[in-house]
Design a protein around this ligand. Structure first.
Ligand code: 5GP
Length: 199
């Protein structure tokens, strides 16, 4: 049996990460791992779809009970991937996609060395600043400082995708999914060979 692909996506805020994640889900049927967070929902976000929105007490209780496979503090809020969520998705046998910060991506890589970690960046800092301002981001300096630090630590990632023109980025991310799906270690070889001899 082949094991499902586990994609971990990290991106600078405003880098177009969500668009690319939606693309992979729609085109390749990946299941999205819904994280828990103490952040308040943004307009349009749905509890149980975008995140499981919980308060800090509940989050701390989950940490104590070791319910998280990984968790991190990002911009003052807590975020975590629950063991239950990952187990549920693995049990379905579907390919999985996680949206994590760099701490989460590094931790997942330790637990699942075969996970595929992709870092998404804009073409340059000007584009990024423009997108952040458009989004109404207030604390621009903190964001940029965090990005500066993060970029020094991306050695553990497998791919760096510069998201300039979205159509080109779709082609780039498709290439990653297609290539990873063809890797021998990711294939159900017995099934493929049986089917080869059938005709
Ligand atoms: P946002 O609040 O903009 O949705 O997410 C803020 C940051 O938290 C993003 O970098 C996102 O990738 C990260 N994040 C979301 N869920 C998780 C999680 O479960 N674990 C970790 N480590 N980071 C997460």
């Amino acid at each position: 049996m082949s094991s499902p692909l586990l994609f971990v996506i990290t991106g600078v805020s405003g880098g177009g990460k969500s668009t690319l994640i939606s693309h992979i889900i729609k085109k390749y049927g990946f299941s999205f791992s819904i994280s828990h967070t103490t952040r308040k929902p943004r307009e349009g976000e749905i509890d149980g779809k975008d995140y499981h929105f919980i308060d800090e007490n509940k989050f701390k209780e989950m940490i104590e009970k070791e319910h998280f496979i990984e968790w991190a503090k990002v911009y003052g809020n807590l975020y975590g991937t629950s063991k239950g969520e990952i187990k549920k998705l693995f049990d379905k046998g579907k390919n999985i996609i996680l949206d994590l910060d760099i701490q989460g991506a590094n931790n997942i890589k330790k637990i699942y060395p075969d996970s595929i970690a992709i870092f998404i960046l804009t073409k340059n800092i000007s584009v990024l600043k423009e997108r952040l301002l458009k989004r109404g981001e207030k604390d621009l300096e903190t964001r940029i400082m965090k990005i500066k630090q993060t970029l020094k630590e991306i050695d553990n990632y497998d791919y760096l995708l510069i998201n300039d023109e979205i159509k080109t980025s779709y082609i780039k991310i498709d290439s990653i999914v297609e290539a990873e799906s063809m890797k021998i270690k990711n294939l159900d070889l017995n099934k493929i060979i049986d089917s080869f001899w059938e005709k």
